[in-house]
Design a protein around this ligand. Structure first.
Ligand SMILES: [Fe+2]
Length: 141
């Protein structure tokens, strides 16, 4: 059960890496530099989250699952050129909110079962909250 939950979190992080990377490449127009920089930074941090989750799964005797299955982002196959910065920022902010909710729900589950994993999830949650805050700031006029 724990490993299934952690593998689901891993898949979500991998989807985030891909989305931020694609969006860093397609962000264009006035103000794009700051947005590109944020997406690039977030992509690297999400990659770090994925690695830490995969390592934890391994430590627990599981096998990190990089098969995204049903989580494959539809954006992976879409042409995203021409989307505005606001659209990109909103999509990422919405995704961050989902991830934040997921971690908030997961943390109590690990509270007593596995405090080490709980601490890891709390650290990831902190960074996701920082991402949401940064996106929110970029969305403000
Ligand atoms: Fe993350």
């Amino acid at each position: 059960m724990c490993l299934t939950l952690l593998n689901a979190a891993l898949a979500t992080e991998v989807v985030c890496v891909r989305r931020y990377t694609r969006h860093a490449l397609c962000a264009a127009g006035p103000g794009a530099e700051a947005v590109k920089a944020a997406f690039g930074r977030h992509a690297r941090e999400e990659q770090g989250h994925a690695l830490r989750l995969a390592e934890r799964i391994q430590q627990l005797g599981g096998r990190p699952d990089f098969n995204l299955g049903g989580l494959m982002s539809s954006g992976d196959t879409h042409d995203e050129e021409g989307r505005t910065l606001v659209e990109l920022l909103r999509e990422n902010l919405a995704a961050e909110r989902v991830v934040i909710e997921t971690y908030r729900e997961l943390i109590p589950y690990f509270e007593e079962r596995d405090p080490t994993t709980r601490r890891l999830l709390e650290e990831l949650l902190d960074e996701e909250e920082a991402h949401a805050k940064a996106l929110h700031t970029l969305l403000e006029p």
